[in-house]
Design a protein around this ligand. Structure first.
Ligand code: SAM
Length: 493
């Protein structure tokens, strides 16, 4: 059976050969405890330059039984910075024989860099792109519990509740804290914030699906889309499903969440996750979103769509080092292919006849996958405009087109989250179609307002117009089919 370290080392090798992103490789590895494997990889990558330095100044790779570098890295990570070696097979004794030397090399490195903590060491060795440790964000799953119950439960477990965060600075500061304390997030109502080292994988609330471990930035798209209770929603690229479960919680398991994903394995993981989260309003399909027919009767009521397509993942700390190795044409080509898909996914979403709101998000920091995609979509679909989401959010879209400030950006240094981008599109009502300019935000949006519940009359006019477009498309296509059948008959005769 493959050990944790073997699985992690195999993925490090694949990353070196640029065979995929960490998350995908973890899901594809077949290793049972994907969270444990993912956490080990992220941390090993975060400490990578420190580990490489310690290994090269020790005797570790010089003995007769030569350890492969990738395996040495994960073992050294766990020995020096992690939970201590938990397994390790025949290599465990090799590492343990060098334990004193490895600790000594780490201490020497700290003296050389004039730092006392491991985190400062990472930063001093070019780890600034990796950023500070993020607080541990925990979304309370309101399908199974309530914020009050969870707070009470944590207090009973000996945690101190510090109330709602008052500023971004307080959250930044929390990223440096340790111990049993927690805050309520500043922006997302059902989100709790714990010090970075807090581990919930064995927590009974987490195991029972009452808590979802989800970075704050990744909670933004569903929160801002904010479909009303009972709405019909599409999650276009859904696996592994954290945003789908958040959407289900927002619509209170009423209505429908249609979720699509191309990847069978990720979709299987998603089914388990949704089951644990108590989601019952979903309809999962292992299907290319671009092939979903917007005119199918069951999609006629879809009013909200979440498009969170595959992206470079350059906002994720674990991807940063890998992306830094990618240069020039190679990176340009990959970004071009990704942004072409992202444009196509949005262009497909706008075809759903009743859709009023489309939220677009990536965990990428590249303009090409973010502002450029949004700008093109607005140009191609003037019937949509941007909503000025969360005006109090401090980091806005890059000023590359008028109105780009309606979009949100997130980063480790400014918002204490992973790197992220979100834009919310709204279908223009016939009244504002002629008057509003692209530079003027369509709306001020805080999320969880009553926007969806108070759909204007004009919106229903637009819906019926879109529906009739579908009907005429349908009749056109059935006429076409009839013509084809007739032609076939003629050919046969
Ligand atoms: N929204 C997900 C969540 O929060 O858990 C993460 C989505 S991930 C960024 C992108 C997903 O898009 C991947 O699971 C990938 O398999 C899927 N995907 C890529 N191309 C697709 C397509 N044409 N149709 C549907 N899903 C697609």
């Amino acid at each position: 059976m493959m050990t944790l370290y073997q699985a992690a080392a195999g993925i490090l090798d694949k990353l070196q050969r640029k065979e995929g992103a960490v998350k995908t490789l973890v899901y594809d590895s077949g290793f049972k405890n994907v969270r444990q494997l993912y956490a080990l990889l992220c941390e090993t990558l975060r400490y990578s330059s420190v580990i490489e330095d310690v290994i090269s100044s020790s005797e570790l790779l010089r003995g007769p039984k030569k350890l492969p570098m990738s395996l040495a890295k994960v073992l050294v990570y766990d020995l020096l910075f992690g939970k201590g070696l938990q397994c390790g097979g025949r290599w465990k004794s090799t590492i343990l024989a060098q334990r004193a030397r490895l600790h000594a090399e780490l201490a020497k490195l700290k003296v050389k860099k004039k730092v006392s903590s491991n985190q400062d060491l990472v930063t001093s060795m070019g780890g600034s792109s990796v950023g500070p440790a993020l607080p541990r964000y925990v979304r309370v799953n309101t399908l199974k519990t309530s914020m009050d119950d969870v707070i009470t439960c944590f207090k009973r477990q000996g945690y101190t509740y510090l109330g709602k965060a008052r500023s971004m600075e307080e959250l930044v500061d929390f990223g440096k804290k340790s111990g049993k304390k927690f805050l309520q997030d500043l922006h997302i109502p059902n989100l709790l914030v714990f010090p970075p080292s807090t581990d919930f994988h064995k927590d009974s609330l987490y195991i029972a699906g009452h808590l979802i471990l989800q970075d704050k930035a990744s909670c933004l798209p569903a929160f801002l889309l904010n479909p009303p209770v009972g709405a019909c929603v599409i999650d276009a690229c859904a696996a592994p499903g954290n945003k789908t479960s958040q959407l289900a919680a927002i619509v209170k398991n009423k209505g429908k969440v249609f979720a699509f994903d191309l990847d069978t394995k990720r979709l299987a993981t998603m089914s388990t996750l949704l089951l644990r989260a108590g989601v019952t309003c979903q309809e999962l399909a292992n299907q290319d979103f671009l092939t979903v027919n917007p005119c199918e009767p069951k999609y006629q009521k879809v009013s909200h769509i979440l498009v969170d397509p595959s992206c470079s993942g350059s906002g994720m700390p674990d991807r940063m080092r890998v992306l830094q190795d990618e240069v020039g044409a190679e990176q340009r080509g990959r970004l071009q292919a990704l942004s072409a898909f992202q444009r196509r996914a949005l262009a497909h979403a706008v075809k759903f006849p009743s859709v009023q709101y489309i939220v677009y998000s990536t965990c990428s920091v590249h303009q090409q996958e973010n502002e450029d995609v949004v700008k093109d979509t607005l140009e191609q679909h003037p019937e949509f405009s941007l909503v000025n989401v969360l005006p109090s959010w401090p980091v806005r879209g890059l000023s590359t087109f008028p109105g780009s400030e309606c979009c949100l950006r997130a980063s480790w240094s400014e918002t204490v989250t992973n790197g992220f981008f979100v834009a919310l599109f709204q279908r223009r009502s016939p009244e504002n179609k002629s008057t509003s300019e692209e530079s003027k935000p369509a709306d001020l949006h805080q999320g969880h307002a009553s926007k969806g519940e108070t759909m204007e009359k004009s919106d229903s006019l637009v819906q019926s117009k879109r529906k009739s477009e579908c009907i005429s498309q349908d009749s056109a296509s059935s006429k076409k089919k009839k013509r084809k059948r007739k032609k076939c008959k003629t050919d046969q005769s």
